[in-house]
Design a protein around this ligand. Structure first.
Ligand SMILES: [Zn+2]
Length: 253
C-alpha cells in the first residue's frame, strides 16, 4: 500500500510576528498550506485554504482584520487550481479533512464540492455557537455549504489501516485536529495550527491567540513527543520549513 502526498501553497499571509511567537516584534510572511493525499481507497485533502472571495476583494473580505493581515493570493493559487497542477480533479476528492474551521483553512471548501468533510464535532459546534464568528476567525458560509459532514470525536483512522489518521490537537481552537500520514519515507504529522512554526515546537514559545493556551501546550507536547520519536512534523505556517519540501506535482517522499 503506497500513500502519496503533495504539498500545495494556496496564498501567503503577512501578519505580526508576535501573533505566532508571543513577545516578538516585526512581521512574518507565511504560506497557507493545503495537502493532497492519495491512497488506493480514496483521495484526501487536508484543509482547503482561502476563499476565492479573498482573491476578488481582500479588503472587503477581511474588514477590520485587514489592519492585521495582508494577503497575497492570485488566481491559479486556489485549491482547485493547485489540485489540477497535481493531476487531481477537485470534483473527485472523496474526503476533505479540516484541521479546524478558520478562514485560512476552510475557505476553499466550496471548490471541493463532492467530498465528505471530516471535522471534530467540538470544532463544528463551537463555530456554530458564535454570535460574531469572524471575530474568532470563522466564516460559516464557507464550510457549511451543503457537504456531507462526518463529525468525529477523537482519533479517526480514515482507511482502517493506520496510514492516514486524524489526531485531535485542540487548543488553537476547541476541535483542532492534525493528520498523521504514513509515507514510504516514514511518518509525517501535518500539525495544522496546533503548531505554527518549528520554533514553537523547539521552545514552546506560545502564540497569543489560542482558544486555550494550556490545552494547546498539551497538544504541543504530544507533537513534540512524536517528533522526538522520529516523525516529521509539517508545521502549520512556517516559511523556512516550507522552503525545504517539494511542492505541487512533486510528491513528498
Ligand atoms: Zn492558520
Amino acid at each position: 500500500m503506497t500513500v502519496r502526498m503533495y504539498a500545495m501553497t494556496c496564498g501567503w499571509i503577512t501578519l505580526p510576528r508576535g501573533m505566532f511567537l508571543a513577545g516578538d516584534e516585526g512581521e512574518l510572511t507565511v504560506p497557507v498550506p493545503v495537502y493532497l493525499i492519495e491512497h488506493d481507497k480514496g483521495r484526501v485533502v487536508y484543509d482547503s485554504g482561502l476563499s476565492l472571495a479573498v482573491q476578488k476583494d481582500a479588503v472587503g473580505y477581511l474588514g477590520k482584520r485587514g489592519s492585521v493581515f495582508k494577503v497575497a493570493y492570485k488566481p491559479g493559487e486556489e485549491v482547485a487550481a493547485r489540485l489540477a497542477e497535481c493531476q487531481a480533479d477537485a470534483g473527485k476528492v472523496d474526503t476533505l479533512v479540516l484541521s479546524h474551521l478558520h478562514w485560512d483553512h476552510a475557505g476553499g471548501t466550496a471548490q471541493i464540492p463532492n467530498a465528505s468533510i471530516v471535522v471534530q464535532g467540538a470544532e463544528w459546534d463551537y463555530a456554530a455557537s458564535l454570535d460574531d464568528p469572524f471575530a474568532r476567525g470563522y466564516k460559516p458560509d464557507e464550510f457549511d455549504c451543503g457537504h456531507d459532514v462526518r463529525r468525529v470525536d477523537g482519533e479517526h483512522d480514515l482507511f482502517g489501516d493506520g496510514s492516514v489518521v486524524c489526531l485531535p490537537t485542540p487548543g488553537h481552537t476547541p476541535g483542532h485536529q492534525s493528520l498523521r500520514v504514513r509515507l514510504p519515507g516514514g511518518e509525517v504529522v501535518l500539525a495544522g495550527d496546533a503548531c505554527y512554526l518549528c520554533k514553537t515546537l523547539d521552545t514552546f514559545q506560545a502564540p497569543v491567540n489560542s482558544w486555550d493556551k494550556d490545552i494547546q501546550l498539551a497538544s504541543l507536547r504530544k507533537l513534540r513527543a512524536m517528533r522526538d520519536a522520529g516523525a516529521r512534523v509539517f508545521y502549520g505556517h512556517d516559511p523556512e520549513f516550507w522552503a525545504t519540501i517539494p511542492h505541487g506535482p512533486a510528491p513528498v517522499a
